[in-house]
Design a protein around this ligand. Structure first.
Ligand code: GLA
Length: 391
């Protein structure tokens, strides 16, 4: 059966739910982070790519003081009255965007909003379905209100919606790539300065979804963030002006080890090491040295597993099997504790990397043996950042 594109599904859902056509629609992509995990909220670099899979939000005006939201995923109509405080469940992400756009003066304080959401980005797989939603919602509501914001400002609105309103203490990576992504490119983003660089990416990547789902807000994510803050506070005894773990000098690792008790020491060692690795990886990518780049992916996974303790047995199984089968690199991607792993099998255009077939069958077999079920394996296609869609 031919599945309709998300754009058509969002528009149709809007009409079917509200009886009128939407006024505007927009989409934003999911993302895969190549390397630079748990560095963004520590002031370090990240290197994500935008996926071809997108979330579409169709929007129109509604009853003043009310947000009405419907998604093809749960099929139910949510009604949130602004005066009742914070929205719950997934509409909270949209309510957060509405609140931010009200603060920015794009929407009036009581502007009623209706949205319908359709998405091809899997939820909870570590592919940042939430940023795809907040960025697409921001762009769609701007279209509805005839407001204008630069892509970086759109990322900022989406970030604050998620961070301040929903209360997930995420970094800026996901919203930034969802707003600025470019097909065929990885985005090097320095989180402390927001400096960016688009780097052509010609690797062949597989995405292996372990099927293990996590709830970011409820998981160990916020705890890790608190540990990093505690580590910075202790390190300030040695370096009073240190603001971010990522700026700790590599040559002072001995001092860092001495200054921090466990588990803060391991968390900080991961962040400092991952920061150096990510900058090096970006250089290798820019020079087309994909195979060496792949080795850093394995190192990053090891650091996530051992030092940051954000992996999961299912992810470790995938990465070990990929290595045995001769893949150039593999690692967990996204926050971790489940979700997906990425596997670099070689160059996109028939390079010398081992063929996908052997890597795929080795991973399948290992996973089946360990967990009695098959993981979802897909070839990664890159996509572009947020854009307006026809309604
Ligand atoms: C989540 C957050 C990101 C980032 C990653 C881990 O996806 O939203 O900001 O911190 O985890 O690298």
């Amino acid at each position: 059966m031919l599945v309709k594109p998300a754009r058509a599904r969002a528009s149709a859902l809007f009409r079917a739910t509200f009886g009128v056509p939407p006024l505007a629609a927009a989409s934003a992509p999911g993302r895969v982070n190549l390397i630079g995990e748990h560095t963004d909220y520590n002031g370090g670099p990240v290197l994500p790519i935008a996926l071809a899979q997108r979330t579409v939000v169709a929007a129109g005006p509604g009853e003043p003081g009310v947000l009405e939201a419907v998604s093809e995923r749960d099929g139910r109509l949510w009604r949130h009255l602004y005066k009742e405080g914070r929205a719950t469940d997934w509409p909270a992400y949209v309510a957060g965007v509405v609140a931010e756009l009200q603060t920015a003066g794009v929407l009036a304080w009581d502007a009623g909003v209706r949205v319908a959401v359709a998405s091809d980005v899997p939820v909870g797989a570590g592919l940042s379905s939430s940023a795809a939603l907040t960025v697409a919602a921001t762009r769609a509501l701007l279209g509805m209100a005839r407001g204008r914001l630069a892509p970086r400002q759109i990322a900022g609105v989406a970030y604050r919606a998620e961070h301040n309103y929903v209360g997930v203490r995420c970094g800026v990576m996901d919203q930034t790539i969802a707003a600025l992504g470019k097909p065929g490119h990885a985005l090097l983003l320095e989180s402390a300065s927001l400096a960016t660089k688009q780097i052509p990416f010609h690797g062949r990547l597989l995405l292996v979804d372990t099927g293990v789902r996590h709830d970011l807000a409820a998981s160990a994510f916020n705890q890790r963030r608190a540990e990093c803050e505690a580590a910075v506070a202790r390190l300030q005894l040695d370096l009073p002006e240190v603001m971010w773990l990522a700026t700790w000098p590599m040559s002072w690792l001995g001092r860092l080890r001495k200054a921090l008790p466990q588990p803060l020491r391991n968390r900080a060692l991961h962040v400092v090491g991952e920061t150096a690795r990510t900058r090096f990886a970006a250089q290798l990518l820019a020079r087309g040295r994909l195979q060496r780049f792949g080795e850093l992916l394995y190192e990053s996974h090891e650091s996530c597993r051992r030092l940051y303790e954000c992996s999961a047995p299912e992810l470790d199984t995938v990465v070990a099997a990929a290595k045995r089968a001769g893949a150039w690199g593999a690692r967990m991607t996204g926050a971790g504790w489940g979700g997906a792993a990425l596997v670099l099998t070689g160059k996109g255009d028939g390079g010398k990397g081992k063929g996908d077939a052997k890597v795929v069958s080795t991973i399948r077999r290992a996973f089946l043996k360990a967990y009695g079920r098959e993981p979802g394996i897909t070839v990664v296609r890159t996509g572009g950042g947020a854009r307006a869609e026809r309604v």
